[in-house]
Ligand binder design. Structure first.
Ligand code: NAD
Length: 382
């Protein structure tokens, strides 16, 4: 089987779906690699490295789509809502597509993939089971985004992060608040701690308290009923508006005392909850920074504008989208490893197994034979 890697086409995207290092491992699994010229260049992987590892470089996008049985992308149609649909004319019936496809996004887009007869696997739907951890691309990208969010904040805030004892006096450490302690939030805590900040963190799932404390941060406890905050997959459940209202009232004081607030709170398939309203931002000190990692999902901060920095009363609200693309070398390395493990589990002697007793297959398989076949996605669209 030939797997093909087109150059990513989302504006500003710098990642690539496969790195040279995984090419020999794919060959061992019976998978040959073709890659569009320059596909890895922005991530720091020149064509020559792919060739050295046994991949074939093809001159353009059309030739990758026409020669590959399976297409591997970072942002496929759906997840790439700007240029993703331009690939649809290239699709061939029964070609396999693996990538971020935003399966719980817009029904029309998912239907478009189905209608093209493409068999697609959406990496966002990877089950959270131990065996699939090494295939979990959402976690990989969340790790990178959490790290990068802290660096963006550190760059913008007019303070240093660590305590400094100098001849010119003592500087107090920056106070950083992380709201939403999933994978991105935990990495943000660890990164801010490494830079010497005093870190607090809050999550609606009380189960994360110990993880927060083990990273040397303070867990912010709010007197709210949170026993039913987590679903069976470990994700946060949506709460009612009265809950969010109360949460905002209680969080206001902690936010006002923070130099940096990083928000990561999302609920799968839903608009991100509003946690930092405009009034709360006005209560922050000028020079403070809010990094809203939920910007592309509607934002946790009322003032967030996706893909922009907004300044309100001297407070900068960072609405950067596609944050993981800002660290393309390692984001691609992790993503390529996720795809390698996924393909090793889903193919044998260069053929897809479609083993419907394997939860990794049933959870990630999105379209096949012209239909949206995924149970969770079908239920989501009703
Ligand atoms: P996520 O990206 O879905 O959400 C980010 C965080 O925001 C979550 O911790 C969530 O609880 C929180 N949140 C949502 N609404 C909130 C609100 N109103 N106020 C405050 N916080 C709110 O989360 P994630 O990174 O996908 O992680 C969710 C859980 O799944 C974590 O416990 C993580 O460790 C776990 N996980 C397990 C596996 C696995 O077992 N394979 C893989 C990845 C993640």
């Amino acid at each position: 089987m030939i797997v093909g890697v087109p150059r990513e086409s989302y504006p500003g995207e710098r990642r690539v779906a496969l790195t040279p290092a995984v090419v020999p491992n794919l060959a061992k699994a019976g998978l040959e690699v073709v890659i569009q010229a320059g596909a890895g260049a922005d991530a720091g992987y020149p064509d020559a490295l792919y060739v050295e590892k046994g991949a074939k470089v093809l001159p353009d996008r059309a030739s990758v789509f026409s020669s590959a049985d399976t297409i591997l992308q970072v942002l496929g149609d759906g997840a790439n809502d700007i240029t993703g649909a331009q690939d649809v004319p290239f699709y061939r019936r029964d070609q396999v597509l693996v990538g971020f496809l935003r399966p719980l996004g817009t029904k029309e887009v998912v239907q478009q993939i189905a209608d093209a007869g493409v068999t697609s696997f959406a990496v966002e739907l990877m089950p959270r089971i131990t065996r699939a951890q090494s295939m979990d691309a959402l976690s990989s990208m969340a790790n990178i985004a959490g790290y990068k969010a802290v660096l963006m904040a550190a760059d913008l805030v007019p303070r240093v992060f660590p305590m400094m004892t100098t001849a010119a006096g003592t500087i107090t450490p920056a106070r950083v608040l992380i709201i939403g302690v999933g994978v991105a939030g935990l990495q943000a805590i660890a990164t801010a701690r490494r830079l010497g900040a005093v870190v607090s963190a809050y999550d609606v799932r009380p189960a994360v308290k110990e993880q927060v404390q083990s990273l040397g941060a303070k867990f912010v406890e709010l007197p709210l009923e949170t026993s039913d905050a987590q679903d069976e997959r470990g994700y946060a459940k949506a709460q009612d508006e009265a809950f969010y209202q109360k949460q905002r009232e209680l969080l206001g004081k902690v936010v006002a005392e923070s130099d940096v607030v990083i928000t990561t709170a999302v609920v799968p398939g839903k608009k991100a909850p509003l946690l930092v309203p405009a009034g709360m931002v006005r209560g922050m000190q000028p020079g403070s920074v809010v990094v809203d990692l939920a910007a592309e999902r509607g934002g946790n901060c009322e003032l967030t504008k996706p893909a922009q920095n907004v300044v309100e009363n001297g407070v900068t609200i960072v609405g950067q989208v596609n944050v993981a693309s800002g660290v393309p070398f390692h984001a691609s390395q992790m993503y390529a490893k996720n795809l390698l493990t996924f393909l090793q589990s889903q193919t044998k002697e260069g053929k897809f197994l479609y083993d419907m007793s394997d939860q990794v297959t049933t959870d990630t398989l999105l379209t096949r034979g012209g239909q949206i076949v995924n149970k969770r996605v079908r239920e989501h669209f009703g």
